[in-house]
Design a protein around this ligand. Structure first.
Ligand code: DAH
Length: 339
């Protein structure tokens, strides 16, 4: 019995010592110590050992088992360490390699133009406010002095949600919403998306953006309007820019005008950009109509004001000399990354 145990021990230890990986080690463990293992077989033979010899034999079996287990543990530790080291070696990170460039996006030409406009007006003390894109017919038309059967409604044919609710055709309804609140004086711009049922072409889109402006205070005159918008044009297109006002009609302003700026490409001499006229139209404006004031609960005898509306895409197209509005909406990276 003693020899047999000695033999099992020596053989097991030799095999353990020689095993080159953890799987092999486990196979040896099962073969020697497992349910059907060699050592277990010896234990089963204990019943044939004389009673007085049993304690000594039992002790020997336990010692053998302990020796084998200790060896198993030792080699397992060595093998695991080797595995860890190999893994670390194969996963080395070369921190001196140049980092991968992150493909960072940037602002859309519309956004750049809007931020420029906001910078100019905020610099003059204006507040930036927003209104809803889905708007009551009342604010979009009626409160702006455009009654139900007014022909101006045709020019701004829009998308109706129902009889009372439309997708706003202009940012002007924000004027009425702000005035209605009754906090005076007012100096605000309201940028945002507007909608019209237009076919898409180089200069039209069913959805585009405007920036509305409104100033209401005591003693505001057309001179304030001209001075403010001329300053705006100089900041946007350059110090040498001149402006001119052509009489126009908007239902919510009286008098009303459209403002042109001298062509920033040719300086007014005439070129392709300004269609040889030397001037480029950029916005509509006027003195707030007394009817609009009355509907919004402001006394037109006490307060006056001016308003204007700028097409944001128009500014972006002009500034960057883009000749087709559709390019702004196609999200083609090759186009957008140029700005
Ligand atoms: N809402 C006008 C449009 O969409 C633009 C406009 C003109 C706005 C004159 C104004 C204004 O505030 O005073 O054509």
């Amino acid at each position: 019995m003693k020899d047999r145990l000695q033999k099992i021990k020596e053989e097991a230890i030799a095999k353990i010592q020689a095993s080159e990986n953890l799987e092999k080690l486990n196979e040896i463990k099962v073969a020697v110590l497992g349910k059907k293992g060699e050592l277990t077989e010896v234990l089963k033979g204990m019943k044939d050992v004389a009673a007085e010899d049993r304690p000594a034999v039992g002790q020997m079996v336990n010692d053998t088992r302990a020796a084998i287990e200790a060896k198993l543990e030792e080699v397992k530790e060595q093998l695991s360490k080797a595995v860890r080291e190999a893994k670390l070696k194969s996963e080395v990170i070369d921190v001196t390699l140049p980092a991968k460039k992150n493909n960072m996006g940037h602002r859309h030409p519309n956004t750049i133009a809007l931020e420029e406009l906001e910078r100019i007006f905020v610099g003059m003390g204006y507040e930036v406010v927003e209104g809803p894109e889905v708007e009551y017919d009342y604010y979009n038309f009626e409160a702006l002095n455009i009654p139900a059967n007014h022909p101006a409604k045709d020019e701004q044919d829009t998308f109706y949600i129902n009889d009372k609710i439309v997708l706003r055709t202009q940012t002007s309804p924000v004027q009425a919403r702000v005035m209605e609140k009754g906090k005076l004086p007012i100096r605000m711009i309201a940028p945002g998306r507007v909608f019209r049922s237009d076919e898409v072409d180089a200069t039209h889109s069913p959805s585009f953006h405007q920036v509305e402006g409104l100033v209401v205070d005591k003693n505001i005159t057309f001179a304030d309007l001209k001075g403010t918008l001329a300053q705006f044009a100089r900041e946007l297109f350059g110090e040498q820019t001149k402006v001119k006002f052509r009489p126009h009609h908007f239902p919510f302003t009286e008098p009303s005008a459209e403002m042109d700026v001298t062509c920033f490409k040719c300086g007014g001499k005439g070129c392709r950009m300004c269609k040889d006229s030397g001037w480029i139209e950029i916005l509509g404006c006027g003195m707030v109509h007394p009817n609009v004031f009355k509907m919004c609960g402001i006394d037109p005898e006490e307060y006056t004001g001016f308003a204007f509306g700028v097409g944001l895409e128009r500014i972006a197209l002009l500034k960057y000399e883009i000749d087709d509005m559709r390019l702004l909406y196609e999200n083609d990276i090759r186009f957008l990354k140029q700005f």
